[in-house]
Design a protein around this ligand. Sequence first.
Ligand code: NOJ
Length: 667
Amino acid sequence: MITRFILIPAFVLSVFSCNEETAKVHELSSPDGQNKIKLELTNNNPKYSVSRGETEIITPSEMGFVFKDNDTLGNNFEITGIEETSKDETWEQVWGEKKQIRNHYNEMVVNLQEKSGKQRKLQLEFRAFDDGVAFRYVFPEQGIEDSIFIMDELTSFNLKDDGKAWWIPAYHEQRYENLFEASPVSELDTVHTPLTIESNSGLAISFHEADLEDYASMTLTNTSGNILKADLVPWADGVKVRTTNSFTTPWRTLQIGEEPIDLITSYLILNLNDPNTIDDTSWIEPVKYLGIWWGMHIGKYTFWEGPDHGASTKNAKEHIDYANQLRIDHLLIEGWNKGWTPDWYQNAMHQFSFTDATDDFDLKEVTDYAAENGVQIIGYHETGSNIDNYLQQIDSAFALYNKMGIRDVKIGHVGSMLNMKEWHHGQFGVNYFRYVLKKAAEYNLTVLFHEPIKDTGERRTYPNMMAREGARGIEYNAWSEGNPPDHVTILPFTRFLAGPMDFTAGILDVEISQGYPGRRVHSTSAKQLALLVTVYSPIQMLADLPENYVGKPEFQFLKDVPIDWADTKILNGEIGDYITTVRKDIDSDDWYLGSITDENARDLEISLSFLDDDAKYEAQIYADAEGTGLDNNPEKVEITSREVTASDSLTLELGASGGTAIRFKKI
Ligand code: NOJ
């Protein structure tokens, strides 16, 4: 729904002389006047800078490209025109953490042309929002017949102040699945985005990109001091981006908040993507699901055929019975197809079939049985990063799911390199993931990517793009030293800024009674409940073995918690310490709260002023029982209930690595 739209050509500059331009600074402000981008030509070189209020954030920084043969586009420009426009619209998400999103910005498009030589043109598009700024390059069609090879993008971010950066390393064989670390910006090497920084200026900022299409993803590398430079992930032959005629880069985004929690309710990344292109979205629905999944990770079942095969027809039917009993209407089944072996995860062009079931599994019998019991099966494709093999079968694989009535498909890409040679986040990977997403839309299938390219807001354009992994999920607790207690207090300020994550929380048996010795989830069970609110995803797994939910009163919260929201607010939080999130159900007047802490127990006082005035609510509270913490009775959840209104406040008592989950039911 568009509520307001303004497009005002403000002024267009004609050609300037070089001397006039050298002195001239072109400034763009956000609608509230706080965030500013300035562009100037210094020695024919475009440089931009960013500030908020009186605080300088980015001092004049490099822009431009290097094409093959050391051909630089960026140091010989004059400005041929500038256009300014504004936009203020409100649009609706098909599903999301907030229904109505306001897209309100001022825009400045600067037209540049080389003054001599090839006289090539380049456009710089800048947008200033109240929650940050963004810019991108448009290299328009201009009769260039040869292929274009981008060898480097010169974009730099010269940070005025150092700060505490929360980062994961780029070019790592585990892709984005690393624990975040905090270091001064000045000590960074090459890191992935979103890169969130608590600046010494007092502001919170996060670098990322939006609308990443047919281009390499951007990592950031420290070139000296506080200077971060775009480092595009290359193809195997070293070229960063290959294209013809023209290109448009993704938006380079800088979300800006007075404090870190402001970053979480910024919708700038989504606003920089194109509107929904899928006319009929009736087949796209958020889902909550159980799985034949955790059992494989903790070693109870195997992915491959054998006596403990998880995806046998018999076990699948038992899981459908559990889903029916627990009233959870979706079930993921992994390992149902031919090709799984104990070495399946090795990056070795492993051959999976996406249409042939294992001998002990009958897909039709299972999907029929599921349908009779009101359960939908979620399909699974593990490509093992053998993209050639997957793309050869993708049409028949998707057609099979259509035939079986399957509407959602999880697609995995375990392996350090796609086709054993390309990064998941280079242009090859970017194009591959976009191709699969569009192909799935043709088959009315929603997509859940594991080992994905990072999210840059594609869900606005293709709302069948539900969620992705792209960080260390809960599975690491099953078979490694696990995720420390603060991991989930860092993710909301970093990885989750990109978009929904399939984190797969909801483990009640946190000590993993049927798992590998010494492995456990480093959390209390109450924190696992709270995570269903903290972690936003339209496809939420209740990850524990279904038998661990049977007869547990706290399962009621997992059953009640919605998967689609009208609104989201962050009540408090510090990166790596704690965070309290509240979300309003899309289908009722109920609010839900999730509050989590790191290894330190803490009490948090919260105001309930987010609730509707003049209304009463029953607060159904699921908290760490007294004395409960990471190492002490972590599974004990105390359930209480009390009547509250918007003028009340509550003290949440969180145990070490604990949490509180609350349903505020309007009465
Ligand atoms: C890694 C994924 O994250 C996990 O969810 C999946 O079960 C395994 N790969 C097997 O494909």
